[in-house]
Design a protein around this ligand. Structure first.
Ligand code: ZN
Length: 473
């Protein structure tokens, strides 16, 4: 059911508008890396609480597989699963390009890794808007010929307060120069979560410290008169699981390391077998350890949306929650980690938001992180590129008050405001009846026609032949 409000005439008018004159809604997206959904219940977090009271909160946010930093940050700004946007891990190998990527090297600045998708800041700027990025992963990389209008070169030693001050300056610039869309990234509480483990009592102070940082941001927005104008979304890329030195899977016990190349890090590891060694490596690992899930690339469950990309290796190892995959025990061991199955509660992030576009004091049960992109496009009045999210899934977060935004969506269009809530029960009942009738009809057809050809799995695999050579990762 797609309701279209936008007539061709309206679209033409919109497209021919002088973009520099357009009054644009403002949006600031903030990510506190590794801020697990339940951290706000652990210590007093008055600033998170105040955003929830003044705005919205989502209890369950299903982020994308794998639950690591780079894949999830790129999903937030593209609305795409990792197999679609191409940033499939923090450490990758691309056999078509014969290149390796690591978030810890300058390979990050090679545009080719990022250009399977278009991040929102590029789309905002192509629409005539301006964006400002403070250390968001990928935001200091030239992507499809563009940097954000304003951005900071990544440097972990730049303080949160400095990043906020730059964002405030960009939003407060004179008309014609001010940014419309801001993105702000902070490395904590991820780093402490890795080092201390999320169960450590020392994490309480770290979480309280993040709440103070959020308070600093809110204060700066208030001081500069932006607080009531800017829509503020505070979220994260993933949660954090507690590890234990008792829970280590040592691959050297099962398979000779000369038979394969290891790509990325625990708890989800890509395995590239040496030429002709696929069956041997898979056979040795498949039932090796009850805490290790071993997938052939073709068998990775569809709900992970993690299969159709050349950068996903032929064999994928996934540790069960709390377990660490190592070759042997000589490597670095951490007390907390993420990357596990995205349906695990401990992998899920916080999500709160407030501002003119949002409802007040509203709690939503669940959303997917890919739905954030169409939501942000709606708030910014930007036409979204094709994506895996749906505005319909999250439009109940939006205020009933008219905003200055004009919904112009390619495939998700908001129904008229008056219909959104007052007719909802009627529409819901109608849909329910139609679904029940539809189900009955399909059931009768299936029972009547006992022999039906099996549906072929739609395959749009982009894989290139893998290069079987050593990688230096
Ligand atoms: Zn991390």
């Amino acid at each position: 059911m797609v309701l279209s409000l936008v007539s061709p005439h309206t679209l033409n008018h919109h497209e021919h508008q002088d973009h520099s004159e357009k009054e644009r809604p403002k949006l600031l997206l903030v990510s506190f890396d590794g801020f697990r959904w339940d951290y706000i219940y652990r210590v007093p977090t008055p600033n998170f609480r105040s955003i929830m009271d003044e705005g919205v909160k989502v209890e369950f946010v299903e982020n994308i597989y794998i639950t690591k930093t780079y894949p999830n940050h790129y999903s937030m700004v593209t609305g795409l699963y990792a197999e679609m946007h191409g940033i499939v891990a923090n450490e990758m190998y691309d056999p078509a390009l014969n290149l390796s990527f690591s978030m810890e090297t300058d390979s990050v600045y090679d545009s080719r890794w990022w250009e399977q998708a278009v991040p929102l800041w590029v789309t905002v700027q192509k629409d005539g808007g301006r964006s400002g990025a403070a250390m968001w992963p990928g935001s200091d990389v030239l992507i499809h010929g563009m940097f954000p209008t304003q951005y900071l070169q990544y440097n972990a030693s730049v303080s949160f307060e400095t990043r906020v001050q730059r964002i405030i300056e960009w939003f407060s610039a004179p008309k014609g120069e001010a940014v419309d869309f801001g993105i702000l990234y902070w490395e904590e509480p991820d780093e402490s979560g890795h080092n201390l483990g999320p169960q450590s009592p020392l994490m309480d102070a770290i979480i309280a410290g993040i709440d103070e940082k959020l308070g600093f941001l809110m204060n700066e927005l208030k001081k500069s008169g932006l607080y009531e104008k800017v829509n503020l979304i505070v979220t994260s890329d993933h949660g954090m699981a507690q590890l234990s030195p008792e829970k280590i899977i040592e691959l050297d016990q099962y398979v000779d390391r000369d038979l394969y190349t290891w790509v990325d890090k625990s708890p989800v590891v890509g395995i590239l077998p040496k030429e002709g060694k696929f069956d041997e490596v898979y056979g040795l690992l498949a039932d090796a350890n009850p805490n290790l899930v071993v997938y052939r690339k073709d068998d990775i469950p569809e709900h992970f949306h993690y299969q159709h990309n050349v950068r996903i290796m032929p064999i994928l190892l996934e540790a069960k929650e709390g377990w660490t995959i190592m070759q042997n025990r000589t490597g670095l061991f951490m007390l907390g980690n993420h990357g596990y199955n995205n349906t695990l509660r401990d992998m899920q992030p916080i999500f709160v938001a407030r501002g003119p576009a949002f409802r007040q004091n509203y709690v939503k049960t669940s959303m997917r992180s890919v739905d954030l992109y169409p939501l942000m496009c709606h708030i910014l009045a930007i036409r979204p590129l094709p994506n895996n999210g749906s505005l319909l899934n999250v439009q109940d977060l939006l205020s009933l008050e008219p905003t200055t935004s004009t919904p112009t969506s390619t495939h998700f269009t908001v129904p008229p405001k008056i219909h959104r809530y007052s007719y909802a029960p009627v529409v819901g009942s109608f849909i329910g009846v139609v679904m029940v009738l539809g189900f009955l009809v399909v059931y009768v057809i299936l029972v009547t026609l006992k022999q039906r050809p099996a549906l072929k799995h739609r395959s749009w695999e982009m894989s290139q032949p893998l290069l079987q050579e050593d990688l230096h990762l």
